[in-house]
Ligand binder design. Structure first.
Ligand code: ATP
Length: 252
């Protein structure tokens, strides 16, 4: 049984079909990429998955439960964490505090009723801070725990976003163009981090325009064009698919 089953997703904006009858499966333990030309519908799929947008038709079963539509906090409670195309960090907070916010969000989403009953003790606060530090270490930012998020380099801010998302202990980590704006060495380090996240048990979904990264990193790829899925499979097969070549090159 796949971790995620999307079925018949459609979303229109006026006359624009952002998504048109999209179905796809994502399996546990894979790195799955959603690619396609600009305006293909990739972010719309992410937004539906994470409850930021409601589909006109169709739905998603995640971890054997139908995801509620248009409820970001419930998607988060079900185990989906995401990053955004444009980095969304709390710039004036430290890196450590940003990760703590990620962990707190999980509490809000999954167990806020428990929180209401239970005031966090000092030991629990210390435990949360220790876990946040471990996560910063995991993404290579241990030395920057006390730095303001907006003082970090671009690549480091991207990694901090990932640490914050991981603080929610997701089953699925959804990354929207994680390599955008990164230089070559930052991209190589990012690929290593994403592989490690997958190897440590978190399924990864990414939208990415960097084809070298997609081809080297992903287990399977789905290609969208004008809201429709035009190909799906291992990266090498998808790359050689005539419909995919046409979608990318045919617009000239
Ligand atoms: P990109 O690679 O450029 O980020 P994308 O594949 O993520 O593109 P989407 O952002 O999902 O594509 O957009 C799909 C289509 O839906 C586009 O034509 C876009 O202009 C349109 N669209 C998306 N969101 C809205 C909105 N809120 N209002 C109107 N049109 C929208």
């Amino acid at each position: 049984m796949p971790l995620l089953q999307a079925r018949g997703l459609s979303r229109h904006y006026g006359g624009i079909r952002a998504l048109d009858d999209l179905s796809l499966d994502i399996y546990r333990g894979e790195i799955f990429a959603l690619i396609g030309p600009n305006g293909a519908g990739k972010t719309t799929f992410f937004d539906i998955l994470t409850g930021f947008c409601t589909p006109d038709e169709g739905g998603i079963v995640f971890d054997q439960v139908v995801l509620p539509r248009g409820e970001p906090h419930l998607a988060s409670a079900r185990g989906i964490a995401r990053s955004f195309q444009n980095i969304r960090l709390f710039g004036e907070l430290t890196a450590l505090e940003n990760v703590l916010v990620g962990a707190h969000r999980r509490l809000q989403a999954g167990a806020w009723d428990a929180l209401l009953r239970m005031r966090r003790t000092r030991e629990e606060e210390a435990g949360a801070a220790a876990r946040a530090r471990d996560l910063l270490d995991y993404v290579g930012l241990a030395a920057h725990a006390g730095s303001r998020a907006d003082a970090l380099s671009y690549g480091d801010r991207r990694r901090l976003e990932i640490a914050r998302a991981l603080a929610a202990e997701p089953l699925l980590l959804a990354l929207d163009e994680p390599a955008a704006g990164m230089n070559a060495s930052e991209t190589v380090a990012l690929a290593a981090l994403i592989r490690r996240i997958r190897d440590d048990g978190t399924t990864v979904l990414l939208i990415e325009h960097d084809m070298t990264l997609v081809m080297s990193l992903c287990d399977r790829v789905a290609v969208l064009d004008a809201g429709r899925k035009i190909a799906e499979g291992p990266p090498a097969a998808v790359r050689d698919d005539p419909a995919v070549i046409e979608a990318y090159l045919g617009r000239g």
